[in-house]
Ligand binder design. Structure first.
Ligand code: ATP
Ligand code: MG
Length: 202
C-alpha cells in the first residue's frame, strides 16, 4: 500500500486537473439568457425540483409565476406556502383535468384557458421565472397543441427561465429545451405501503 503522503499528492494532482477542466468549461459558457428546463420521468422529484428552483429565484428577488395544470391541488404545501409570497403569482386550474374527470370537452376548455394565461405570463417581461407544473399531460392527452405551446415558450422574453414538469414530454418541447433531466423511479415508498404524507407528497 502507498504512503498517505503519496495518496495525498495524487489526490491534489487529480483535483487540480479536474479544476482546470471545470474552469475551462465555465469560461466557455459565457452566454447569458433564460433557459427552458424539462423535468420528466416516472420517479418522484419533478414538481418538488420546480418549486425548489423557484425558491432559489425568489431568494434573488425574482418575480415568479406558477400554473398547475391539474385541478384541485389547492391543499398542497407549495400552494399554501408560495401563494403568500408577494413575488409569486400562483394559479391552479380551477376545473378540468384530473384523474377522476371523464368530460373531454370540459377538460379541453379548461386546458385552453390555462394555456391562455400561460401565454400572458410568457409575453410579460416582468416575470423572471415560470413553472408550468404537469403541463405535459395537456399535450399527452391532446388538450393543447404541442406546436402552439412550444412556439409561445420559444418566443418568451430572453431573460425568462421556464420549468415544465410531467412524466413524459412532447418532442416539440424537447427540441427547444436547454436542460432535460429524467427522474428515474428506482423505488417509491408507496410500493412499500407508505401512504402519501403532507410535506412529502403534497
Ligand atoms: P413530487 O411532487 O413529489 O416532486 P413528481 O412531480 O415527480 O413528485 P408526479 O408524477 O407529479 O411526481 O406525481 C405526484 C405524486 O405522485 C407525488 O405524491 C409523488 O410522491 C407520487 N409519485 C411520484 N412518483 C411516483 C412513483 N414512481 N410511484 C408512486 N408514486 C409516485
Ligand atoms: Mg409533479
Amino acid at each position: 500500500m502507498s504512503q498517505p503522503s503519496d495518496e495525498s499528492a495524487r489526490h491534489q494532482r487529480r483535483m487540480a486537473r479536474k479544476k482546470q477542466v471545470v474552469d475551462e468549461r465555465i469560461a466557455a459558457a459565457s452566454e447569458e439568457r433564460g433557459v427552458l428546463i424539462l423535468m420528466k420521468g416516472n420517479g418522484k422529484g419533478k414538481s418538488s425540483s420546480g418549486f425548489g428552483t423557484m425558491a432559489r429565484a425568489l431568494g434573488h428577488g425574482q418575480r415568479c409565476g406558477v400554473i398547475q395544470f391539474i385541478k384541485g391541488r389547492r391543499e398542497t404545501g407549495e400552494y399554501r406556502f408560495f401563494r403568500e409570497h408577494e413575488q409569486v403569482d400562483f394559479h391552479v386550474m380551477g376545473h378540468g383535468f384530473s384523474w377522476e374527470t371523464r368530460d373531454l370537452e370540459q377538460d379541453r376548455a379548461a386546458a385552453g384557458q390555462a394555456w391562455q394565461l400561460a401565454e400572458q405570463l410568457l409575453s410579460d417581461a416582468r416575470y423572471d421565472f415560470l413553472l408550468f407544473d404537469e403541463l405535459s399531460y395537456m399535450l399527452k392527452y391532446g388538450h393543447l397543441e404541442a406546436e402552439r405551446v412550444a412556439y409561445a415558450i420559444a418566443e418568451r422574453p430572453r431573460h425568462q427561465n421556464v420549468i415544465v414538469t410531467g412524466r413524459t414530454m412532447a418532442r416539440e418541447l424537447q427540441a427547444i429545451a436547454d436542460t432535460i433531466s429524467v427522474i428515474h423511479d428506482e423505488q417509491h415508498a408507496f410500493r412499500l405501503g407508505v401512504k402519501a404524507q403532507a410535506g412529502i407528497e403534497y
